[in-house]
Design a protein around this ligand. Structure first.
Ligand SMILES: NC(=O)c1ccc[n+]([C@@H]2O[C@H](COP(=O)([O-])OP(=O)(O)OC[C@H]3O[C@@H](n4cnc5c(N)ncnc54)[C@H](OP(=O)(O)O)[C@@H]3O)[C@@H](O)[C@H]2O)c1
Length: 263
């Protein structure tokens, strides 16, 4: 069994914060060469300066993946820096909270472009590179517990995550013959900037609905991605791994520990 990621080239969209940033560090620790992208120029400069100072194979690129040419620009930058792409992680995402009937058309489009369109074209661009190398690869999509259980006032976010569940399976089927796997990870509630507003207003109630009784950290997410990126998972394809502390393991997760009688 081989978990070795040494010298694998990993490209991560949305690697300037939260889960993507933790993944970038974890892949570098495993010996991979990593390119990340985001829009925040200050953060990008910080990452590049830090990587230079530490002598690490980590490159941050400014790219707004809501636009397909920017996705291509990011992929080309990864290839220019490290020669290839072995693992592509579609991870960038945003959340706009609103009752569905009050969502502006502009916000609808923004969430669809970032959370869904970029995954579609990210997979297309990455798989074209992998096919041209004739050595296979892995595409990992960051989905969400909201793929499996949607939340009120997050309809557009939930819809894009449900769509990721669908394209993960279809793309895996189309790319299987090229030895390119397509898989996804569904994080549970993880403490990152994306959900500061949501968690901030309702911390106690939300944590009470997680059977392990805590929010996830970004480090909790890392192992699933490393495993899926490695050859150890080379027959695992077209599936999602939920890393959610059993959040939706049962209809009422609170019952898993509030039962006071004998078990
Ligand atoms: N945190 C959770 O509880 C949770 C749960 C389930 C799923 N997820 C998913 O996990 C993924 C990562 O989220 P996170 O929690 O790590 O949130 P985060 O800390 O807010 O990170 C989001 C990342 O996406 C990037 N991004 C957003 N729009 C972009 C664009 N147009 N172009 C390029 N990059 C863009 C951001 O970079 P810039 O700001 O620099 O553009 C940032 O690096 C998302 O897909 C999210 O849906 C998170």
């Amino acid at each position: 069994m081989n978990y070795d990621l040494k010298d694998k080239v990993v490209a991560i969209t949305g690697g300037t914060s939260g889960i993507g940033e933790a993944l970038a560090h974890a892949f570098v620790e495993q010996g991979a060469k990593v390119a990340v992208c985001g829009r925040n120029q200050v953060k990008i400069d910080e990452i590049n300066k830090w990587a230079r100072e530490q002598g690490l194979p980590l490159t941050a690129v400014r790219a707004d993946i809501a636009m397909v040419p920017e996705i291509r620009k990011f992929a080309e930058a990864a290839v220019k820096a490290y020669g290839t792409v072995d693992v592509w992680v579609n991870n960038a995402g945003i959340n706009v909270m609103s009752p569905f009937n009050k969502l502006s058309e502009e916000d609808f489009q923004k969430v669809v472009d970032i959370n869904f369109k970029s995954y579609w074209y990210g997979a297309a661009v990455a798989s074209d590179i992998m096919k041209s190398q004739k050595k296979g690869g892995v595409i990992i999509n960051t989905s969400s517990f909201n793929e499996h259980m949607p939340s009120a006032e997050k309809a557009i976010y939930c819809a894009t995550k449900a769509a990721i569940g669908s394209i993960t399976r279809v793309f895996a089927v189309e790319l299987g013959k090229f030895n390119i796997r397509v898989v996804s990870v569904s994080p549970g509630y993880t403490l990152t900037p994306i959900n500061e507003k949501e968690i901030g207003t309702d911390f106690d109630r939300l944590v009470a609905a997680i059977p392990v009784r805590r929010f996830a950290t970004t480090d909790d997410m890392v192992a699933a991605y490393l495993f899926l990126a490695s050859d150890a998972s080379n027959y695992i394809n077209g599936v999602d791994i939920r890393v959610d502390g059993a959040k939706f393991g049962a209809q009422n997760p609170q019952w898993s520990w509030t039962y006071e009688g004998e078990l």
